[in-house]
Design a protein around this ligand. Sequence first.
Ligand code: DGJ
Length: 733
Amino acid sequence: MMDFKKLIVFISIFTITLPTAEANSIRLNTRDLSLCLHIDEDGLLFLSYFGKKLKDTADYYNQVKTPIYLDYALKNEAYPAAGGRTFREPALQITHSDGDINTELVYKRSEYKYINENTEAVIVYLEDRKFPLEVKLYYKAFKQENVFTMSSEIINKEPKEIVLHNYYSFYLPVNANKYYLTQFYGSAAKEMSVEEHALTHGMKSIQSRKGVRTTHTENPSFLLSLNSPLEENSGEIIGGALAWSGNFKLNFELDEFNTLYLSAGINSYASEYHLLPDKSFYTPEMIFTYSVNGAGDISRNFHDWARKEGGLYNSHEIRPIVLNSWEGVYFSFDEEKLKKIIDGAAEIGVEMFVLDDGWFGNNFPRNNAKMGLGDWQVNKEKLPNGINGIADYTVSKGLKFGLWIEPEMVNPQSDLAKKHPDWIVKAEGRTVPLIRNQWLLDLCNPKVQDFIFQTFEQVLKLSDNISYIKWDANRHAQSIGSSWLPSNKQSHFWVEYIQGLYKVYERIRQKYPNIMIQACSSGGGRVDYGSLKYHNEFWASDNTDAYQRAFIQYGTNLIYPAIATGADVSNNPNRHTKRIIPFKFRVDMAMTGRMGFEMQPEDLDSSQRALAKEAVINYKKVRDIIQEGDLYRISSPYDKSGYYSIMYVTKDKKRAIFYAFCLDYNGIAITPTFKLNGLSDTKRYLIKELNSAKSILGANEKNIAGDSLIKEGININLRNSYESIVLYLESKD
Ligand code: DGJ
């Protein structure tokens, strides 16, 4: 490992003047990785290396010379600005105070920062050659997780306002022979679908222009496999995820020299930003990691980082089993109906009852999605004893209580819309298209931020027994305009909306650190590390079809951890897909994430109820493995084998939980074999099948060597579509 004291000496040398030929490098290490920057004779900053950890004395910076084809382009710039010799997508593009549209960033100095035992950072100071325009690049290294983050700060020290056109967080040149991009796509109720393709020359961008619910279609994350297509357990992979809940853009630009330039950050689409003198613009963090051991490592790195380094809110707390009222009753309930659900949930062993949409509005009662949104007073007809009545009842039955809100939105038919038309996002003289009969509130406006914060507070005051809030957001931003922003700053809307939202989240988290909050956003609409920082979990999708959940959760968990992945058992036929799936398969699938239910328990027959109870008992015993352990993917739903199989293993490899789901019939003769590669090859494991009265497994209750389970695998009589198996493995070694 590089001696960081040496690095400090290096850095303090070049804090004074431009670096000398000897002191022209900056290196940041994690446990297994190195990221190196290099400053050339002209003061330009290059990324000289990102990959497996270099030895202390490696002369890595000698590899990088300003390329001989300088006339055509610079190579490996670390954060290029538009202007000078830059041709490619610039990380930064500015119109300066005098109208000059060129920026040439040169290195000034850097600062090493020890943050804690696990985290070190370097701040690199750059400045334009002509103007006092400063850029700080923040690189952080999280050692144990092998994760880096990068973001930037743009500081206007010019005498007048400047305009930012591009202001990315992240820029990374990569050199390989071939590049295979795995990206996420989909739609509402089919989120995080996975697709891989080889990158060709030119620019590939993944972006959102929706403002809100930005992750239904694309997600601000990716996996990039170098030289060969993505493999689970081998191959060089870079993974990235942007911590931003608004419009984002990820670019993959393959140039004439076969170098791939990754850039990522806030989408500059219609978002010119006017930066006043002496003001800073901070870009969100990009989280990125690398492995030579395939996608499995990349996911585990992200999950560890999210759980240990604040990527996910309160990640040290085990998540409760939830029953959410939505698919059980939708808008149609009263106190009696809810009490029956709570009784049923208590009998099954559920720990949290969440009352979804429909509990509020009196002048405009919320009996459907057409009215009432914005009027956060309890509907007296449905709940004559208030939220308190139902929350107290829930707690008296031994469960915690949660409540749904959608505070960023308003129905035209509501007291709020009539009282505050100025709070609605709209362009003067234009009609705003309704989505789900609702408008968006203008979070750029501090008064709206206050309103949303106060709504949160008032809702919590409805009962001392509210422990959980489900935060929904069911529309995108369209035909945007803010009556708060001045006319020459309307293009700030997309950025300031999310900054406003984050300010509200910050205030909420300061005051209510212990309330659990779910990021719902129509299910799957706000699955990003910008939002997860404030949320305990997310609702992965409104699609609760357990077959489709194999695909949705497989994709989601490539980047985001199972502890945060809301996965509920719902009724047959499925609301969206109309598919009919055996109860066991639905239960087993929910157990791969943060288990929950969306139904009226009285809909279950006696054998289903018995299985639900058994599964809940089992989940409570093993959930620490699922929520805190390492994920190993064994068979992908995408690989056409017809099986989805994963396992979670504790860090000490003493306990594991294995799942296999048959997605498709493979003929009469085939019984699949799964290699349990997350286990230790020096331990023996006692295998026990869960959620099944009669085991279908030959190895059930047997003590088998990990070595054999890893190499030979385990053969399971799993042949019919929608059959599934869950195994618990424990080692006394
Ligand atoms: C969309 C969410 O994803 C659902 O779970 C439910 O909360 C509805 N909104 C309520 O309107």
